[in-house]
Ligand binder design. Structure first.
Ligand code: DX5
Ligand code: ZN
Length: 226
């Protein structure tokens, strides 16, 4: 019951790409594979593209959550839908026709998600909140793994929850960047139910234990909220 509300999404950005098959196997107990796409324009870094995503889809049965940190999502979203992404997240800052893009993602049978950077207010989501399956609240400035969680994110999560209540919608709420066992309870208490963790999972030898610890922490916070 409660565990359906919490999803743990390890970010493979922190994996050893030379051993990607084994790395995916080590996170088989996760709910989502978080797949960070960086284009060197929207963010100052490069990662990987649709070919790797379709290989990942063949190697794991865990659904793939594609986070597109790209300047031209209207061009790239179809590539990642074609490659088999189960959830596609684009950034509000990169897109002026968000409704159209959400429709395109949903028509392809995937879940539509929008992300906001730490410098973008929750109010930017006002016009799109009824059209999305998930909102991703960035808790670091995107581009790199291993950064520190920005504390102001907790207020944004609470504001997002209030917005959702006002609009009578309940999208999944994902938080991404600097999340670990040390702060997952605070993050879930503030309103997140999809937890991304890159270094918080891949730096641990026992990934299943790390995933479980995050899940138990988030569940404890949600149980207190209920
Ligand atoms: C940052 C990415 C994150 C990143 C998270 O640009 O969107 O998904 O991989 O890594 P950690 O959990 O190490 O901050
Ligand atoms: Zn991400």
């Amino acid at each position: 019951m409660l565990d359906q509300d919490v999803k743990i999404a390890p970010s493979v950005l922190a994996a050893d790409f030379t051993r990607l098959g084994d790395e995916l196997e080590s996170i088989a107990s996760a709910d989502l594979v978080h797949f960070d796409v960086m284009d060197g324009h929207f963010v100052p870094n490069l990662s990987y593209g649709p070919k790797i995503l379709s290989d990942v889809k063949r190697a794991t049965s865990v659904p793939v959550d594609a986070h597109l940190m790209v300047a031209n999502p209207e061009v790239q979203v179809p590539w990642f839908l074609e490659a088999g992404a189960d959830i596609v997240t684009f950034h509000m800052e990169a897109q002026t026709h968000a409704h159209r893009l959400c429709g395109l993602i949903r028509d392809a049978g995937a879940k539509a998600s929008v992300a906001i950077n730490p410098g973008t207010p929750v109010s930017a989501l006002d016009a799109i909140i009824t059209e999305v399956d998930m909102v991703l609240v960035m808790s670091v400035n995107p581009g790199f793994g291993g950064q520190s969680f920005i504390d102001g994110t907790l207020d944004k999560l609470r504001e997002l929850r209030a917005l959702c209540e006002r609009r009578h919608v309940s999208p999944m709420v994902e938080v991404d960047g600097g999340v670990s066992a040390a702060n997952v309870e605070a993050v879930a208490a503030a309103g997140a139910n999809v937890i991304v963790a890159g270094s918080g999972v891949f730096r641990c030898d026992d990934r299943a234990a790390a995933i479980d610890e995050l899940r138990q922490g988030a569940r404890r916070a949600l149980a207190r909220r209920a």
